[in-house]
Design a protein around this ligand. Structure first.
Ligand code: UDX
Length: 486
């Protein structure tokens, strides 16, 4: 009886990650962290996400539990994570990359109905413990309405830096001052965002830089950020000390908690959409310390073939440089299989390894890896800092421009790959050389930043304290004050 009452009192959250690799990884880690702190989690993946993960696992020779990506963790630690898959409104066979706009319309219109129905059914099934919280990725358009309808506390999970959040959060100020969606089209530095000293227009998230912001993608992004404004709490995958003034200013208007870095340090839960190409570990083992340039543009962005070719020529000009290059098969966004210059792989044999997908965290952790040519996805940035690998920055989309500013201008742990938007092989070659041979200053700064991340995660560190405060505050939201222990 006592055990049943105890179970009934456990906090229970429904978690919904955006069905993209870069959003799923931190969401999985957050679910594990909450579960290890006594939460029951109902974790919702879309069926297509689940099928990608299962396919990737079967291609690497694993025999996965087809039903549940958390089963190992549940068995090992007794975590109460309940795994659910839901349709996103499209059949599995629908090509979401090729029909991107239609897919986004589906996420705007069909998916909210499906999630709403699931939550309604779950709540009316007398689920134990009862659900109190909805933790949804901030890039959804429906959570605040659904949370209100079902009387759940709405927690918005922002998987990018606070600086990107605050730019969207203050979109009305950008409009008012003529820096966004305005005839004025101002290009001077922005100096009126609370907590942000100054930011150049080129450092805004790309959707805020566009002069014609009316596509379905723009509508989706802006609507989701409007929705996140309504959240009861925002948790952010960043570290207070890295963005203190931005976070302090945000906290004046919203309960905002910096609880990062939340990233994959081992592979507790297999959640990759692609199978790992074997052989990276032994290949790196055979190479001297800090000698290898790792190149990857993450899981989402497409890169034109001409850009890939310029980078390849940059590598050819650095004829002694070792590199490991992860090129997704869908990198150019079309069927093209041959994206590298003719004869490239023969020319670099012995010093270069091209793979489709690797365990990035293992590659970055390896002592042979000395530099990272990155698109500046936020997970990649956090992982690179954690592993103390200086970055050569090549932002392409969304928050990556803002992340570049943090990496290069603010923290000084990376350098720019190109002066402007053009990618030229000479400049690429020159900057690769500088990164690999002349990065002592960056490495020194990196040590400091790594310490900041480590400290934040120590028992008395800011992120751990913020996480505890967050758990305390959300419990307060659903219980009478007298029953909360501090
Ligand atoms: C997306 C957006 O593009 C990015 O701007 C945003 O900050 C997060 O969502 P993505 O482009 O995939 O993410 O980049 P990133 O944030 O770096 O996440 C990629 C993840 O995939 C990282 O955790 C990385 O370790 C992993 N990865 C990538 C691999 O494990 N292997 C690879 O070969 C490539």
């Amino acid at each position: 009886m006592a055990a049943a009452a105890e179970q009934h009192m456990k906090p229970h959250a429904i978690m919904v990650p955006v069905p993209l690799q870069g959003h799923l990884i931190p969401s999985v880690e957050l679910a594990l962290k909450l579960a290890s702190n006594g939460f029951t989690i109902t974790f919702i993946n879309t069926q297509i996400t689940h099928s990608k993960i299962t396919l990737a696992r079967s291609l690497t020779g694993e025999s996965p539990d087809d039903e549940d990506i958390f089963s190992d963790q549940r068995n090992l630690h007794g975590f109460d994570i309940r795994y659910v898959t839901l349709s996103d409104g499209f059949p599995l066979s629908f090509d979401r990359s090729r029909n991107h706009n239609e897919f986004m319309e589906g996420l705007l219109l069909a998916f909210p109905v499906i999630v709403d129905e699931f939550i309604g059914n779950l709540l009316s099934s007398d689920v134990n413990p009862p659900v109190s919280y909805l933790i949804a990725d901030s890039f959804f358009v429906w959570p605040s309405a659904v949370a209100k309808k079902h009387c759940l506390v709405h927690i918005s999970f922002w998987t990018e830096p606070a600086l990107a959040f605050t730019m969207y959060y203050h979109i009305h100020l950008l409009r008012r001052h003529g820096h966004f969606d305005s005839q004025d089209n101002r290009r001077d530095a922005i100096n009126y965002i609370p907590g942000v000293e100054a930011i150049e227009c080129r450092d805004l998230p790309s959707y805020l830089q566009d002069s014609e912001p009316w596509s379905v993608m723009h509508r989706y992004i802006f609507k989701s950020l409007e929705d996140a404004r309504e959240a009861d709490f925002v948790i952010c995958n960043t570290v207070f000390e890295l963005e203190s003034s931005t976070i302090t200013a945000l906290q004046e208007t919203k309960p905002f908690y910096a609880i990062g870095p939340i990233f994959r340090r081992g592979s507790a839960v297999a959640a990759d959409f692609w199978p790992e190409t074997p052989g990276c570990g032994p290949w790196l083992d055979a190479r001297p310390e800090n000698s290898v340039l790792y190149i990857s543009f993450g899981s989402l962005v497409n890169v034109g073939k001409e850009v890939i070719q310029e980078i390849a020529h940059g590598l050819l000009q650095n004829s002694k440089l070792s590199f490991l290059w992860a090129i997704r098969r869908d990198i150019t966004g079309c069927e093209e299989t041959k994206v590298l210059p003719v004869g490239f792989e023969d020319e670099v044999r012995g010093r270069g390894l091209v793979v489709a997908w690797c365990s990035q965290i293992e590659v970055l952790s390896h002592s042979a890896t000395g530099g990272f040519l990155t698109h500046c996805g936020w997970n990649s940035v956090l992982e690179s800092v954690w592993c103390e690998v200086p970055m050569l920055c090549f932002p392409l989309l969304t928050d990556q421009f803002t992340n570049r500013k943090l990496v290069v201008d603010d923290w000084k742990v990376g350098m720019n790959m190109c002066g402007g938007k053009e990618v030229g092989r000479e400049e690429v070659a020159e900057n690769m050389k500088r990164l690999m041979n002349d990065a002592e200053g960056l490495r020194e700064n990196m040590k400091e930043r790594k310490k900041t991340l480590q400290n934040a995660l120590s028992p008395d560190g800011s992120s751990e304290k913020n996480f505890e405060q967050f758990m305390h505050d959300i419990k307060l939201k659903i219980q009478p004050k007298s029953s909360i222990s501090t």
